[in-house]
Ligand binder design. Structure first.
Ligand code: SF4
Length: 154
């Protein structure tokens, strides 16, 4: 898996102060996408074990109180990204049980594949659906268009 950005301190993508990772790779091609540079799976840079370890260390760092991890992109549920994302969310749940995990995807919750649902099992919140320009509303929080749904899973 490749990624574009990792922010160890982020207050925009989800509630509270968070770690946020923007991964590479997206098949949805939404009109009006704000992040087209992330569509190719080989864009950005490799997501290494070092970065994974850094995320875990940042979540465990008590000098800054973080509420959790946000995974966006690109699409973290792109088939190419699933093995790495699955490993990451498993580690966060195991090693940082007090943190929540939010994930944004262009896929629809009830149309996910078996392996995508395996990732979702570890999430606290899934924000789903493609960005629909006609349904765009800047007053929405944590989603861009009205068709997208914030699923609170636990
Ligand atoms: S799902 Fe997100 S990253 Fe992918 S095309 Fe749509 S808006 Fe862009």
């Amino acid at each position: 898996m490749n990624y574009h950005q990792y922010y160890p301190i982020d207050v925009v993508n989800g509630p509270g102060t968070r770690c946020t990772l923007f991964v590479s790779g997206c098949l949805h091609q939404c009109r009006g996408c704000y992040n087209q540079s992330t569509w190719r799976v080989d864009s950005g840079q490799p997501f290494t074990q070092t970065i994974e370890n850094q995320i875990i260390a940042d979540l465990k760092d008590h000098s800054i109180k973080r509420q959790g991890l946000s995974l966006s992109g690109g699409d973290p549920l792109h088939p190419h990204n699933i093995p790495t994302i699955l490993q990451l969310v498993q580690r966060v749940r195991e090693e940082c049980p007090d943190k929540d995990i939010w994930l944004w995807t262009g896929y629809i919750f009830n149309q996910l594949s078996e392996i995508q649902r395996e990732v979702v099992n570890y999430l606290h919140v899934l924000v789903d659906g493609k960005f629909e320009q006609a349904l765009y509303d800047p007053s929405l929080i944590w989603r861009g268009s009205h068709n997208q749904v914030i699923h609170y899973l636990r």
